[in-house]
Design a protein around this ligand. Structure first.
Ligand code: NI
Length: 169
């Protein structure tokens, strides 16, 4: 089921998401919905808080469904390693229409559970490393806009406020 994606300004996006205690059928359904919603958007990553569920789950697929290996599902993810530096343009399905250059580590290793509940450890570089960090931020109530310097952030926030007032957000 495709779920509505919450936008900047919604309080759920600002919560620290809770750890998933058990991989119940409801959690599996949520994972399925996250994948379906991400592909429909289309996007390369989606975190559970973005569909109003403050749980530590995200899905990433740089190929947006074209790769037969399917999406990476991360449940209760943690960084094991983070190093290097990259500066690239970034956007977010919860901040549609805006993007900006965000500074992030260029290589990360993330561990967590997969959809079946098995421990997994994934090493990521460049775009995948960026996607993991972006989605991990969502689990901590952060959006890419928060990682921008003052003037750039203020400009985006002001435009969103204006759109909100006009009923266009
Ligand atoms: Ni995002």
């Amino acid at each position: 089921m495709i779920r509505p994606i919450l936008k900047y300004g919604d309080d759920v996006l600002r919560e620290r998401a809770r750890t998933v205690d058990a991989l119940t059928p409801e959690i599996d359904r949520l994972v399925g919905d996250l994948i379906e919603t991400m592909y429909a958007a289309p996007g390369i990553g989606l975190a559970a808080p973005q569909v109003g569920m403050p749980l530590r789950i995200f899905v990433v697929d740089l190929s947006v469904g074209r790769d037969l290996n399917g999406p990476i599902v991360m449940i209760n993810p943690e960084f094991v390693e983070r190093e290097g530096l990259q500066l690239e343009e970034e956007g977010c399905l919860s901040v549609p229409g805006f993007n900006a250059t965000v500074v992030r580590p260029s290589r990360v290793v993330v561990k967590g559970l997969d959809r079946q509940g098995a421990e997994q450890r994934v090493e990521a570089n460049t775009l995948l490393a960026r996607a993991f960090q972006h989605e991990m931020d969502h689990l901590d109530g952060l959006l890419f806009v928060d990682r921008l310097r003052g003037i750039k952030r203020d400009l985006i926030v002001r435009k969103i406020r204006k759109l909100t007032r006009a009923g266009k957000w």
